[in-house]
Design a protein around this ligand. Sequence first.
Ligand code: NAD
Length: 266
Amino acid sequence: MPGRLQNRVALITGAGSGIGLECSLLFAQEGAHVALVDVNEQAVQKTHALIAERYPNVKSLPIKADVSKEANVKDMVDQAVSSFGRLDIMFNNAGIMHPEDDNALNTEERIWDLTMNINVKGVWWGCKYAILAMRKNPTDESKGLHAGGSIINTASFVALMGAATPQLAYTASKGAVLAMTRELAMVHAREGIRVNAICPGPLKTPLLMDFLNTEEKKQRRLVHLPMGRFGEAIEVARGALFLASDDSSYVTGTDFLVDGGLSSSY
Ligand code: NAD
């Protein structure tokens, strides 16, 4: 049976770890050719090697790039299009969280700027160059390919609700990702470009585990999680697959929560 992303071309940022790693493997399993982007070259080469080993029929292209630099973002999209001929799916997933308490009183401008540059500007540029590429996508019925495309931006549950563990710059950056996603979805809907945000809850990935770096901190967070456990990166990747594929053809501008029920709890 053909995969849900057969013949599609996807670019995934943050492909070296966590959600981006799992998503790269899942998209490849579903038949997509994948451009893998990460600022950590070793990590992205590892993802590339895993895909080559597990899914030899899929083409994979590892790219070292820093999404906070516009020239890098333009170049990574250009590389994907020149290697694979088009860009159907853009997953703007790379992001950082300062691994220490970061509240309004103690955060530093340096942390604020770094977080905004990667988490917000990186997503803006990713959207900009993806939209320019997706506008050129020809329809090819024989391969199940159509004009337009799907952009997915990783926000977070903290874009929708207040978290008691202070991460001010991070929270503000994710709110911006969600607001930007909604506006882009409205502006580009009639071009066949869907733009959605995925909002993960707390996950067992290096990003959060470096922050909750003691058993006590982990337990304090677990109290708020209805399922009593952290999410797995693959559980978010499955949500991203839905948003990337034609299964979500009438879904745009949404905040797609994969949070184990956190947003409904009290
Ligand atoms: P992770 O730390 O496991 O992976 C992030 C990857 O992004 C790393 O490989 C890192 O090298 C890469 N990266 C960082 N800065 C980059 C840059 N400037 N350019 C290119 N690549 C860069 O983290 P994760 O948990 O998989 O997080 C992925 C996304 O999910 C982030 O946007 C994060 O904010 C979001 N998120 C995570 C959680 C969670 O609990 N882990 C919850 C909500 C949202």
